[in-house]
Design a protein around this ligand. Structure first.
Ligand SMILES: NC(=O)c1ccc[n+]([C@@H]2O[C@H](COP(=O)([O-])OP(=O)(O)OC[C@H]3O[C@@H](n4cnc5c(N)ncnc54)[C@H](O)[C@@H]3O)[C@@H](O)[C@H]2O)c1
Length: 263
């Protein structure tokens, strides 16, 4: 939707209401895959969660999983590539929770094509959803994160952004851009004790990689020293570490979660 966010049912009156001390996280693209794994793992570690997605159904399912851990959760429908949606999203976070401690910029898409066949539309779409969204969410989240006194931003990059990949020039550019944003904001936001780090996954089993043809999948996995695809939980573990107190002195870094692939 444009120009606003839509809240899922049961949001503000969710079961398991947190104490005022509980940390609050916004996870974008939380309706499935890595975002859902991150939201649920954060909840297991005592964090309340705002699950944001283009699809409200998926976000609501994730919010229900968070509540199973006794944490408070709301589901919000928003397109994180659109400034009015992002503005409304963080206004809703202030309204519902009054605080924000962790922002996980996870929403992402691919539209793969070789250079000659890549349309301007698919270049813009992929760059907007994977990269511009990180800028927009950071910009609107920063006031709340400053107030928390110890903010955490974790951005999802990709091995593709580190080493390039045939047929993914739009996605590689966007994910490399995420690394530039991470390194820059790591320096810029440090004065407010906000850390900014990125996780760069390799080949992870989610809906995003389901369409990869068997031949390509086999070839990709042969380049992984650990000889398997990663799981959403493999990535969530790294995100949760960077969002935790244990990572208080880590900022501007990129943590590769790729089974040992050379990047
Ligand atoms: N799966 C992999 O192998 C892999 C590898 C490297 C990096 N990543 C990155 O990890 C992140 C999560 O990937 P995944 O595999 O879980 O993907 P996924 O496609 O399974 O889930 C992505 C979620 O983001 C949501 N989304 C898409 N566009 C959105 C928008 N404009 N606004 C709000 N929500 C939006 C989708 O609805 C979906 O629920 C992405 O940033 C992706 O680029 C994934």
């Amino acid at each position: 939707m444009t120009g606003g966010v839509e809240a899922g049912e049961g949001g503000a009156s969710a079961e398991g209401r947190a104490s005022s001390e509980a940390r609050v996280a916004v996870v974008t693209g939380a309706g499935r895959g890595i975002g859902r794994a991150v939201a649920v793992m954060l909840a297991a570690q005592g964090v309340d969660v705002v699950a944001v997605d283009l699809g409200l159904d998926g976000a609501e399912e994730t919010a229900a999983l968070v509540r199973n851990h006794g944490r408070r959760a709301i589901a919000l429908k928003a397109d994180v590539a659109l400034d009015p949606d992002v503005e409304a999203l963080f206004a809703a976070v202030r309204e519902e929770f009054g605080r924000l401690d962790i922002l996980v910029n996870n929403a992402g898409i691919t539209r793969d094509a070789l250079l000659a066949k890549l349309t301007e539309h698919d270049w813009d779409l992929v760059v907007d959803v994977n990269l511009k969204s990180v800028f927009l969410c950071c910009r609107h989240a920063v006031a709340l994160l400053r107030e928390s006194g110890e903010g955490r931003i974790v951005n999802l990059s990709s091995a593709t952004g580190q080493m390039g990949n045939v047929g993914q020039v739009n996605y590689a550019a966007a994910k490399a851009g995420v690394i530039g944003v991470t390194k820059t904001l790591g320096k810029e936001l440090a004065r407010w004790n906000i850390t900014v780090n990125a996780v760069a996954p390799g080949f992870i089993e989610t809906a995003m990689t389901e369409a990869v043809p068997e031949k390509v999948r086999t070839m990709l996995l042969e380049s992984v020293p650990l000889r398997r695809a990663g799981s959403p939980d493999d990535v969530a573990n790294a995100v949760c570490f960077l969002a935790s107190d244990a990572a208080a002195y880590v900022t501007g870094q990129v943590l590769a979660v790729n089974g040992g692939m050379y990047v």
